[in-house]
Design a protein around this ligand. Structure first.
Ligand code: ZN
Length: 135
């Protein structure tokens, strides 16, 4: 099964926990075992798995990316000023695939699914969830 949803973001860069939303889509699917793909359909956003217990780790990740990939120094900045957002998005990647075991996402104790906004704020970020059953 496949389902799409959109989220709004409120900052230039932020991480938004979508684990609960993905878990509710999985529950609706009634699939017990298989894989769940979560895909962000954008060139300036990403999907990652990261710790969510300490909110500082989310800020640390964004700070680390900004230190590695400063803004305003790239060729694409002459077009629309967001080359750093595209580079961060490409490095992090648009999707994650999570195993499903006994009807649940088989995430580790400290793992959470996060949508990464890298060029916000935006009102209409599309996420596509595809759930495929195994035996
Ligand atoms: Zn651009």
């Amino acid at each position: 099964m496949q389902e799409e949803f959109t989220i709004s973001t409120g900052k230039k860069q932020e991480l938004i926990d979508i684990t609960g939303k993905i878990s509710s889509i999985l529950k609706k699917s009634k699939i017990k075992n298989g894989i769940c793909s979560v895909f962000a359909a954008h060139a300036t956003a990403a999907i990652i798995i990261n710790e969510n217990y300490d909110p500082n780790i989310c800020l640390d990740l964004l700070d680390a990316l900004s230190k590695l990939i400063p803004s305003g120094i790239w060729r694409h900045d002459r077009i629309d000023g967001n080359a750093d957002s595209h580079i961060k998005s490409a490095i992090l990647g648009p999707s994650e695939t999570i195993p499903i075991k006994n009807g649940k996402l088989a995430l580790g104790r400290w793992q959470a699914l996060q949508f990464c906004e890298l060029d916000g704020p935006r009102s209409n970020r599309k996420i596509i969830v595809t759930i495929v059953a195994s035996n």
